[in-house]
Design a binder for this molecule. Structure first.
Ligand code: CDP
Length: 200
């Protein structure tokens, strides 16, 4: 069976947690596409050429321990505005999406650019202050500074010319501002169940 679940949305809205829970529940593979941009950003911070880094990404690059930091997120969103960097990552994401057995991909442009034909498209969002609070609980530091970074990254991601972050026209929007993670997962799982081919 080929079945793609595309999950987009801004930083710290809960996409990652929801995606992992859905993949485990339905037995689908999961790709956190943000990691691709984070890995390219980390290599560029070390002096690599952005396009060469995107074309040559290895499994070891994606397994680096430092990709989850705020600095890596910031570096990712800077290389993510470059059309050639995005283009270099398209084929890998599309092959993953159409692999046998079903796939969940989370990112910013999965439902709009990478997999406009995905069987399920979700846009997971929450208010900037709720998202900044969640990120601050993970990374610590000064909460006001985390909020400023979340707002700056949202702006860069939604205003860029190539593949800006926005919900696909047929995406189901899930606002997690006042929703626990379990509730959000149930909501998303119900959308998937409706679209899954019936067994037998
Ligand atoms: O976990 P968080 O939502 O903070 O970030 P992420 O999903 O790891 O993405 C980091 C950055 O990579 C984003 O701010 C985007 O600029 C970029 N990105 C993108 O442009 N397209 C994607 N499909 C995924 C991430």
């Amino acid at each position: 069976m080929r079945f793609t679940v595309a999950i987009d949305g801004p930083a710290a809205a809960g996409k990652g947690t929801i995606s992992r829970a859905l993949a485990a529940r339905f037995g689908f593979a999961h790709l956190d596409t943000g990691l691709l941009y984070r890995a390219v950003g980390a290599l560029v911070a070390e002096g690599a050429d952005p396009v060469a880094a995107a074309r040559g990404l290895s499994a070891a690059d994606l397994a680096r321990a430092d990709l989850r930091s705020l600095a890596a997120g910031e570096a990712a969103s800077k290389v993510a505005v470059m059309p050639e960097v995005r283009a270099a990552l398209v084929d890998f994401q599309r092959r993953f999406a159409r692999g046998q057995g079903g796939a969940v991909l989370d990112g910013r442009d999965i439902g709009t650019v990478i997999c406009p034909e995905a069987e399920v498209k979700l846009f997971v969002t929450a208010s900037a202050s709720v998202r900044a609070h969640r990120r601050w609980l993970e990374v610590g530091g000064d909460e006001a500074e985390v909020l400023a970074q979340v707002i700056a990254r949202d702006r860069r991601d939604s205003e860029r010319a190539t593949a800006p972050m926005r919900p696909a026209g047929d995406a189901v929007v899930i606002d997690t501002s006042e929703m626990g993670i379990d509730e959000a997962v149930e909501h998303a799982a119900a959308v998937i169940r409706q679209k899954l081919p019936q067994a037998g």
